[in-house]
Design a protein around this ligand. Structure first.
Ligand code: PGA
Length: 261
């Protein structure tokens, strides 16, 4: 049985001003008990990444910081965009790519998402590639088809050595910010399908070590049941990551010991 260290990721979306972001980062840094796991990462809005990196730099338990998006070109005349190179220069290590809000509100295509994944990997950032079906797609029985399409496009032209360095988050669109969580079984079914696809795209050994997060209304009351599924290797959390207390509780649930205190 491979030991995949859990990853608890907090996506702050378009919430928190500078002082609030620093305060939340400080409270998380101070509240996390040191230990071998889980991996913890937080994703503030672009303008505050550097300050948040600074705030968490001396935390007793390491905290990774990431961006919520990137533009695939390193630099140039792309008004309003932020490149992976710029993100990297702040000390951030992660980047969320293809979040459903970017796919469905901003209109990002599968092909653009694939370019972003490649750009992030080339720069040494760890991309968290998000995939997930809409409600009508699930109801039409197309969940696995949609997820596989997004996965293939997201991992297009990557060799096994690159695939190994990324993380996938399965986030059913109907579960994001709605209070409706997929059941652990619904999550597990898709996670297993993703792992078997990774095994084909890369190798079975890469698939074994590969981390697949679940996202969509994860909160302290449901995280333990989700993480009890062997194929769910962590969570990507929006709402419940915006308060230190609930995020710290999610992090505690991600410890191997299943620690309660
Ligand atoms: P939620 O968001 O936890 O608020 O549902 C999850 C996400 O969008 O990553």
């Amino acid at each position: 049985m491979p030991m995949r260290r859990k990853l608890i990721a907090g996506n702050w979306k378009m919430f928190k001003g500078l002082e609030e972001a620093r305060e939340l980062a400080r409270a998380i840094a101070q509240g996390l008990e040191p230990g071998p796991d889980p991996d913890v990462a937080i994703f503030p809005a672009f303008p505050f990444i550097a300050q948040v990196v600074e705030v968490v730099s001396k935390a007793p338990h390491p905290i990774g910081v990431g961006a919520q998006n990137l533009y695939p070109e390193p630099e140039g005349a792309f008004t309003g965009e932020v490149s992976g190179r710029m993100i990297r220069s702040t000390g951030a290590r992660y980047v969320i790519v293809g979040h459903s809000e970017r796919r469905h509100i901003i209109g990002e295509s599968d092909a653009l998402v694939g370019k972003k994944v490649r750009a992030a990997l080339d720069l040494g950032l760890i991309p968290i590639l998000c995939v997930g079906e809409k409600l009508e797609e699930r109801e039409a029985g197309n969940t696995l088809q949609v997820v596989n399409r997004q996965l293939k496009a997201g991992l297009d032209r990557l060799d096994a050595a690159k695939v190994e360095r990324l993380v996938v988050a399965y986030e059913p669109v109907w579960a994001i910010g709605t209070g409706k969580t997929a059941t652990p079984q619904q999550g597990a079914e898709v996670h297993q399908a993703i792992r078997s696809e990774i095994s084909k795209i890369a190798t079975p050994a890469v698939a074994d070590e590969f981390r697949i997060l679940y996202g969509g209304s994860v909160k302290p009351s449901n995280i333990r049941d989700l993480l009890a599924e062997p194929d769910i290797d962590g969570v990507l959390v929006g709402g419940a990551s915006l308060e230190a207390d609930s995020f710290l509780e999610l992090c505690r649930a991600g410890r191997t010991t299943g620690g309660t205190g």
